[in-house]
Structures are given as structure tokens and as C-alpha cells.
Ligand binder design. Structure first.
Ligand code: ADP
Ligand code: ZN
Ligand code: ZN
Length: 745
């Protein structure tokens, strides 16, 4: 008797075993989809993980109902990767499966079903005698004219799409239908691809500069010994062009490349650049493509002519590659590589390394500001390290200077949100036809309303956070759950009209800047202005085409954009970036500011970056000014060591949520107590997080700071055993609980 272990698209930790009916023997294998019964009269699409002949003990084994495929849709590498993600990130295997496979490929779940795209075509009726045709049409003039035009078209090719025909001839559908009714023409429909588009190449890869060539050779040498290599190259050092050469090499070897980018960096700037070299060998996989397209891309990857290169966001690492040679993780330090919600909470960079390892491929991590963990791995020779210190064509790195806002305020020189020196520099940049980027890491108009008498602030009634005022829409908004409220001007405590706007978001900054530079065209880029389908691209192209002189925005601005006419970058209230109570806040701030600075600089002139801060003496600014990544890295590393943080410890946080605060609290306390029995001091908490209520759920968390030498398997086994004891308590049965492994905040 053969049994199959399968995974179901349900948030269940385990795989399930089914019996393989005799008729299916020999027709089934790993990675096939099958329809299986589960629960009461329900059927699901499952994927076969393994076949064996160990009958499960003590349970009734159901039979597989039917097979969906005659060939695998998932390969063995993928199955093993799913299992690794589920194990390492402590996520239910079913969640991984759900995230990995497009919904259209799991039809029995009655989620969005894959529907092919069809188009209508026109050809001559097979029974038509051309000579008699005009006689049959009779006297209808338009019909006759259309027929003559169609005859001409169809003499060149046998068919034409109905839509195209009506568009080119300008006749109405009624006229065309007349010819169909008369049995002159027939209309039929056919499936068409959503993704197959001819893309012509327009250039060869550029010849590499001497520095680039050296880096390229070093990367290849490094791959002879190591599986992972870090390319640490300053902004605009030509990393992308090196990637292009590496991809070209993979093509020669008949291997595929996966090019991972953070969500926001997947711009047309980058895809156009890659398409120019690789044409339709390149597939693009981002979060705005719909499930039908996802399914078609998946099917194409299984076909005889798969994409040889895929550029995509984190979920693209689930695609079925069959001859993967290289994975590039661009901007590897980006936090959006870590999935936060929903489960599986995986880190795409680290998962990419596992994917490559499983396929015998190599991983290249690239960044101007590597994450501390990655740089540590490179310095300790776990990964290779290749460095590019110069910008392409020796273009200079920007000059970074500071404006002390506290002092300026004291001397009454801050007449607006911008320091006088910054205003002056912007004016002269505008006069010379150059552009300006102003960076403020907070969207909305004013972050908060506050009573000037008693300090009361309006908060979201579902989440424990202050609301942000959005002037445009005249509303208060919760940035955690998006609930909106009417603004309040009368303090409910003092009963006075004493509530005022305090602080400043991008919307307010935009307004102030417009007043300061009335002749300049100003645009704003943040999550509020980029919600529409092409709005993000539009803002970028307007800026690139110099329709806009000053671009104001949040961190979205700092990512992977390449502008050639920006001479000033202003970072407004940098302190806000550094004051988060998070052990990574300085690392983040440093990365963000250096990346933002990287947007400045022109071919022949050094760019300028002005950072406004109340405390320019902080050490981080010295490193920034000197572009001293390594110095900054060493200083941070020392802190991480003394405070027991990664890379010296591994973090797992355990989150508890319940609408009843008491349940969340006592559940977390109980769980922590069980953990401490074995893990002692490595268990911290439970803590009440800063935002301790979201969407009516009260939150508590436990943080584990684990020694690096502990076996991940043993630790997870132990935590899971604690989890089962926790679940045995009726009180905690409905506490929502999940793990966040290697969390980023
Ligand atoms: P990075 O990825 O490090 O930010 P890019 O690869 O985008 O750097 O290079 C910066 C700029 O220099 C781009 O405009 C790019 O087209 C140009 N560039 C880089 N390498 C070359 C090359 N070998 N020949 C010509 N132009 C290059
Ligand atoms: Zn008040
Ligand atoms: Zn809320």
C-alpha cells in the first residue's frame, strides 16, 4: 500500500497522510496536485510532499480523490524549501503552501479560480463561396463595404481579432454581426496569453569599467569557494551593471537568474533597463499583478521555454525554477524583505540563500549600506566580500553638512521648517535649473493634534495610537488600522477650543515648501499619493522629465531611484529617524540617510546633502559625513555585543493577542514561565509593546535572545512543546499566538 503525505492550503502545522488508490499507482509523484477530502464533505487541492509505505497508526486513512496533474507543478527543491520555511520561521506548513502557490492553481478551495483570457476572432465561414458572397449580402451598403475591407485583410492572413477589425475599419459591431448572421463570416474565441509580449532588446551590456571588471572577477572567484557573496558598493558605483554581466554569464551556461528587489524599488527605471538587454527572456513578478497573471507565469516557468531571468519581489522566490544558477538580492538591507503579516513571516533574503543552496546555485547580496548581520557574515568570512568604493566614472559622492535646528531656533533664525542655509541653497539650485529632494519620514499633515492646556491627544479607539491629521481630506487617520475620524478642536477634558496641530508630516512640508518657493512646481511622494495604479510611476517620470523641481516625500524616495539632475537633498528633522525605541533605529537611520544622500549628485558637479538636526554632535553623523560605513558598523557592533542583540544572539519573539487584556496578559505570563524553566535568562518579558492594542486586540510579547550555538531544531522542538502545554489550558485556547523569528522591529 502506498501513502502520500500532502500539504493543504489551511493554517495547519502538519502535513496529512492519504492512501493512494491502486489505479493511481505509477501516475503520482512529488509535486503533483491532488484533490483530497478533508473535514466534513470538503475537498481541497493539496500538493504531494512525499510517497512512502508507512501506514499511519491509530487513524482512519482516507483515499486521494483524484489527481489534478499528469506532471509535477512543484519541484522537489520547492517542497524542501517550504518545509524549511515552516520549520525555521515556525509557521504552519499550510500557510507557506498558501503563500507559495497562486490561488488559481488551487481550484478546489473555491478561491479565485484561474480563468484564461479569451479573445474573439473573425474568419470566413468555411461553407462560403467567395463568388456568391456579394449576392448574398444584398443591398445593405455598409455591410457590403465592410465585407470588401475584410476580404482584403483576410486575403493576407486567415483571421483577425474582432476588436482589431472594428477599430481599424471603424464599423459598428451591428454591421459585423450582420455578416455573421448571413453565414459569410464566423466568429470564434481563443485563449490568449496575458504575459507573452514581444520585447525587443536594444542594447548589449555596457563594457565594464576597470573597477567593475575587478569586482566582477572577484565575485566569480568568491563563488568558487563560497555560496554567498556580498557586493558592497557605494550608491551609483555600477552594481546593477555588474548584475547584468553576471546574468549574461548565467545565460551562456544555460542557467536561470532570480533578481530579487524590495517592493518599492521595482520601478520601470530598473525593468526597462533590464528589458533593454534581455528582452522577453525577462519575467516581471510584482505585487500588483493579479492572480491570473501569477498562474500564467507559474505555468510558463514549468513549460519548455521558461523565463531565463525573473525580476521580482519576495514572493517570486516561490516560482518553479528548474535550472537556477544565481540569485541576486538587491538592496539586501531593506526591511521590506521580511514579511510581517500574514504568516509565513519569512525573510526573503535568508530564504533566497536557502533556495539557492538547495538548487546548487549562488547568491549575490548587493547594497551600499549592508545590514549589520550581512556585513558581519562577510567580515567573519561566512560570506565573500567584494567592495566598490568609487562611483561610476569617479563621480563624487555628495558633500554632507548639518544645520543645527536647536541653535537656529534659539537665535530665532528658524522662520520656517527649513533652515535659512537650506533655503538659500535650494534657491540657487532652482536658478541653475537643478532639482531638489526633501525627505521627511512621516506622512500626513501634522502627526498629531494636542490640547495645549492639558496635553490630551485623540487616539484610535481600536488601537493604542495617536491619530494623524490629513489636511487634504480633513480627517484624522489611524496609521495602524486605517480607520478615519472627524477632527476635534474642543478638548474633551478642558472643554475649550484648545486643540492644536503639532509636528509636521509630508503634507504640511509640501505646503510650507510651496509658500517658500512659489515659482517651483512641487510634488509629493508617500503612501497617500501613490495608491493609484500608476501614480508612483507618474511622479517619478514627471520628476525625471523635469516637470517637477522639488520632490517632497517619505523613505519611498530613498530607494533605488536614479535621477541625474538632483543637486540638493534635504533631510528634515533627522532626529525623528533615530529616536525610535528599537535596537536597529540607528542602523535604519544611517541606511536611510546614506541612501537618500545617494540620490544627489550630477555628472560634473558634486551633490549636496543637508541634514537638519537638533543634535549634530551624535556620533552617527560623523560616520555619515565621512561616508564611513565600516566605522559605523564597528560602533554598532560593539553595542549589539554589549546589549545581546544579533548577530551575537538570535531573536525569536512570541506574540499573544486577545480582546480581553487579562487573557493576553496571563497567557503570556504562563508561557514565559514555562519557557524560563529551560531557557532561563534568555527569556525576556512578557512585555507590553509600545503600541499595545491594534484593532481591538490587546498585545503582549515575549522576546527570546538565544545563544548562537543552540541547535535551532532543539529550540523549536522545546518551544512547540511549551505551546502544546499552553493550549491545553482552556483559558488560553482562543488566545491568538504566533512566532516572529529574526524579527526586524
Ligand atoms: P548602482 O546599481 O551601484 O547604483 P548603476 O549600475 O545604476 O549603479 O550605475 C550608475 C550609473 O552609471 C547608471 O546610470 C548606469 O547606467 C551607469 N553605468 C554603470 N556602469 C556603466 C558602464 N560600465 N558603462 C556605462 N554606464 C554605466
Ligand atoms: Zn485639554
Ligand atoms: Zn486604529
Amino acid at each position: 500500500m502506498t501513502f502520500a503525505d500532502v500539504v493543504l492550503p489551511l493554517p495547519l502545522a502538519e502535513s496529512f497522510t492519504y492512501a493512494v488508490p491502486a489505479a493511481m499507482q505509477g501516475k503520482i509523484g512529488i509535486g503533483f496536485r491532488a484533490i483530497v477530502p478533508f473535514g466534513r464533505q470538503k475537498f481541497y487541492t493539496a500538493v504531494i510532499l512525499r510517497l512512502h509505505n508507512h501506514a499511519p497508526k491509530g487513524v482512519e486513512v482516507k483515499e486521494i480523490h483524484s489527481l489534478t496533474d499528469s506532471h509535477p507543478v512543484v519541484n522537489e527543491h520547492q517542497v524542501r524549501l517550504w518545509e524549511w520555511i515552516s520549520f525555521y520561521y515556525m509557521s504552519p506548513l499550510g500557510d507557506v503552501f498558501k503563500a507559495a502557490l497562486p490561488s488559481g492553481m488551487k481550484p478546489a478551495d473555491l478561491e479565485t479560480k484561474y480563468t484564461p483570457k479569451t479573445e474573439n476572432y473573425i474568419r470566413f465561414h468555411p461553407g462560403l463561396k467567395l463568388d456568391d458572397a456579394e449576392k448574398n449580402i444584398g443591398k445593405a451598403k455598409k455591410r457590403l463595404e465592410l465585407f470588401r475591407e475584410i476580404s482584403e485583410i483576410l486575403s493576407l492572413k486567415n483571421f483577425i481579432s474582432s476588436k482589431e477589425l472594428l477599430e481599424t475599419t471603424g464599423y459598428s459591431a451591428a454591421v459585423l454581426n450582420g455578416l455573421i448572421e448571413k453565414n459569410i463570416l464566423i466568429q470564434y474565441s481563443e485563449d490568449v496569453s496575458r504575459i507573452d509580449k514581444r520585447v525587443e532588446t536594444s542594447r548589449k551590456p555596457f563594457a565594464l569599467s576597470e573597477h567593475q571588471q575587478k569586482a566582477f572577477d572577484e565575485i566569480n572567484r568568491c563563488f568558487e569557494e563560497k555560496n554567498v557573496c556580498l557586493l558592497h558598493g557605494v550608491t551609483s558605483s555600477g552594481k546593477t551593471e555588474i548584475y547584468i554581466h553576471l546574468i549574461e554569464e548565467q545565460l551562456k551556461w544555460g542557467k536561470q537568474t532570480l533578481y530579487l528587489v524590495p517592493e518599492i524599488a521595482l520601478t520601470t527605471q530598473l525593468t526597462t533597463r533590464l528589458q533593454a538587454v534581455f528582452g522577453d527572456k525577462l519575467g516581471i513578478y510584482h505585487s500588483k499583478i493579479n492572480d491570473n497573471e501569477r498562474t500564467e507565469i507559474w505555468q510558463k516557468m514549468l513549460s519548455d521555454s521558461p523565463y531565463e531571468i525573473v525580476i521580482g519581489v519576495r514572493s517570486s522566490l516561490f516560482l518553479p525554477f528548474n535550472k537556477l544558477g544565481l540569485v541576486i538580492v538587491d538592496e539586501e538591507h531593506e526591511t521590506s524583505y521580511k514579511q510581517q503579516e500574514p504568516s509565513p513571516r519569512y525573510h526573503a533574503r535568508d530564504t533566497a540563500i536557502m533556495l539557492a543552496y538547495g538548487c546548487g546555485a549562488k547568491t549575490l547580496l548587493g547594497s551600499a549600506t549592508p545590514s549589520l548581520e550581512t556585513f558581519y557574515n562577510a567580515k567573519t568570512e561566512k560570506y565573500g566580500l567584494v567592495t566598490l568604493e568609487k562611483r561610476f566614472e569617479n563621480m563624487e559622492l555628495p558633500n554632507i553638512s548639518f544645520e543645527n535646528t536647536q541653535e537656529l531656533r534659539r537665535k530665532k533664525k528658524m522662520k520656517s521648517v527649513l533652515a535659512p542655509a537650506l533655503i538659500e541653497k535650494i534657491n540657487s539650485a532652482l536658478e541653475s535649473g537643478e532639482q531638489v529632494i526633501l525627505f521627511r519620514n512621516r506622512r500626513g499633515f501634522a502627526p498629531m493634534l494636542e490640547c495645549k492646556l492639558c496635553g490630551w491627544t485623540p487616539k484610535c479607539n481600536r488601537c493604542d495610537v495617536s491619530l494623524t491629521y490629513h489636511k487634504n481630506r480633513r480627517e484624522l487617520k489611524c496609521h495602524y488600522c486605517n480607520k478615519t475620524y472627524k477632527p476635534i478642536y474642543e478638548c474633551p477634558v478642558c472643554h475649550e477650543k484648545s486643540v492644536e496641530l503639532i509636528g509636521m508630516g509630508t503634507e504640511k512640508l509640501e505646503e510650507e515648501v510651496a509658500q517658500l518657493f512659489p515659482d517651483a512646481v512641487i510634488a509629493r511622494m508617500d503612501t497617500d499619493t501613490t495608491r493609484g495604479k500608476n501614480s508612483y510611476e507618474k511622479i517619478i517620470s514627471d520628476f525625471q522629465n523635469k516637470k517637477v523641481q522639488i520632490l517632497v516625500g517619505t523613505q519611498m524616495l530613498s530607494k533605488g531611484l536614479d535621477f541625474d539632475n538632483v543637486s540638493i537633498v534635504g533631510i528634515i528633522s533627522a532626529d525623528g529617524l533615530l529616536n525610535h525605541p528599537d535596537f536597529r533605529s540607528h542602523e535604519r537611520g544611517f541606511q536611510l540617510m546614506l541612501q537618500a544622500a545617494g540620490r544627489s549628485g550630477r555628472k560634473n558637479r558634486q551633490g549636496e546633502v543637508i541634514i537638519q538636526t537638533a543634535d549634530p554632535e551624535q556620533p552617527i553623523y560623523r560616520y555619515l559625513q565621512a561616508n564611513d560605513y565600516e566605522g559605523f558598523y564597528r560602533s554598532q557592533l560593539a553595542e549589539r555585543k554589549s546589549f545581546n542583540y544579533p548577530p551575537y544572539k538570535r531573536l525569536i519573539s512570541i506574540v499573544f493577542k486577545h480582546k480581553d487584556e487579562q487573557k493576553a496578559e496571563s497567557g503570556a505570563v504562563y508561557f514565559a514561565r514555562l519557557l524560563k524553566q529551560s531557557l532561563g535568562e534568555m527569556v525576556l518579558g512578557p512585555n507590553k509593546p509600545i503600541v499595545s492594542r491594534i484593532q481591538r486586540y490587546h498585545i503582549r510579547d515575549i522576546l527570546l535572545k538565544l545563544d548562537n550555538n543552540l541547535s535551532p531544531a532543539k529550540i523549536r522542538e522545546f518551544i512547540k512543546s511549551v505551546e502544546s502545554r499552553f493550549r491545553e489550558k482552556p483559558d488560553f485556547k482562543y488566545v491568538v499566538m504566533y512566532y516572529d523569528v529574526d524579527g526586524i522591529s
